[in-house]
Design a protein around this ligand. Sequence first.
Ligand SMILES: *[C@@H]1O[C@H](CO)[C@@H](O)[C@H](O)[C@H]1NC(C)=O
Ligand SMILES: *[C@@H]1O[C@H](CO)[C@@H](O)[C@H](O)[C@H]1NC(C)=O
Ligand SMILES: *[C@@H]1O[C@H](CO)[C@@H](O)[C@H](O)[C@H]1NC(C)=O
Length: 283
Amino acid sequence: MASSYVLFMLSLCLASTTKFALGGNFYTDFNILFGDNRANIQDGGSNMSLAMDKSSGSGIATKNEYLFGRFDMQMKLIPDNSAGTVTTFYLSSQGPNHDEIDLEFLGNLSGDPHILSTNYYANGTGGREIQFYLWFDPTQDFHTYSIDWNPQRIIILVDNIPIRVMHNRENIGVPFPTSQPMKVYATLWDGDFWATRGGKVKIDWSKAPFIAGFRNFNANACIAGPEGSSCMGFNGGRNKGLDAQIRKHLKEIHSRWVVYDYCRDFIRFAHGFPSECRKNKHT
Ligand SMILES: *[C@@H]1O[C@H](CO)[C@@H](O)[C@H](O)[C@H]1NC(C)=O
Ligand SMILES: *[C@@H]1O[C@H](CO)[C@@H](O)[C@H](O)[C@H]1NC(C)=O
Ligand SMILES: *[C@@H]1O[C@H](CO)[C@@H](O)[C@H](O)[C@H]1NC(C)=O
């Protein structure tokens, strides 16, 4: 599979002026977004840490914008008491009607579980949260978190296991990220007004600085230039339906690890669920 994927991308590359990114490096591919040297790139750009103290969090963003592709990041979350902190890996375009694909890790008190909150915005509208507990302690080791984005669907993966699929439902009038190029972001910030037990547990600043580790960023993605429309043919060679294996994984994950699913929030949507919730939800 891997080799046919590479061949597929090479053939597209040769056939057009479209540029593809393969691999990734924190020095060459990213700029520091905020927090100055609290974003600490090391090891020739293969690893990076983000720190937060009382005066600031930190974050980085790619120089390039991408339109479709697969993005992998290995992350090791803040150990011990990380309540109130939010560590993120996400894609976002700019502007009022922006698109965004989010992985946000909500910290917790020592020994209590972090939550991985996933969401996406299309044409400026978000509010599509599905939140998960993880089946491992994400502060002990690096794990790989991935966003696989093509015009048909977005798949979020943890250690290569698909946990969420967002289908393109433009055919029933639901906007989907298909035209706005996005940058890749990694950030660490103070979210204690909502992150931990709905905002009840605040950051203990005596434990600062809080530090999260990142390494082995990888983008197999189409770099959107002025000729960004040439990314339209890019679908990563995966323009097929979901296979049985992926459906099986999703079913298992959703039966065991989901903390919150907007498509099951009967209080919030007492007057009717969003259209995409009515079609086969997450598989
Ligand atoms: C990151 O790179 C630095 C410098 O080479 C090294 O000391 C550190 O152990 C690395 N961290 C990880 C998590 O690989
Ligand atoms: C995007 O939102 C704007 C309003 O903010 C609306 O006018 C436009 O039709 C929307 N586009 C799509 C594709 O839904
Ligand atoms: C933190 O731990 C509490 C208690 O186990 C749990 O209810 C909550 O979901 C955990 N995660 C967050 C981010 O609040």
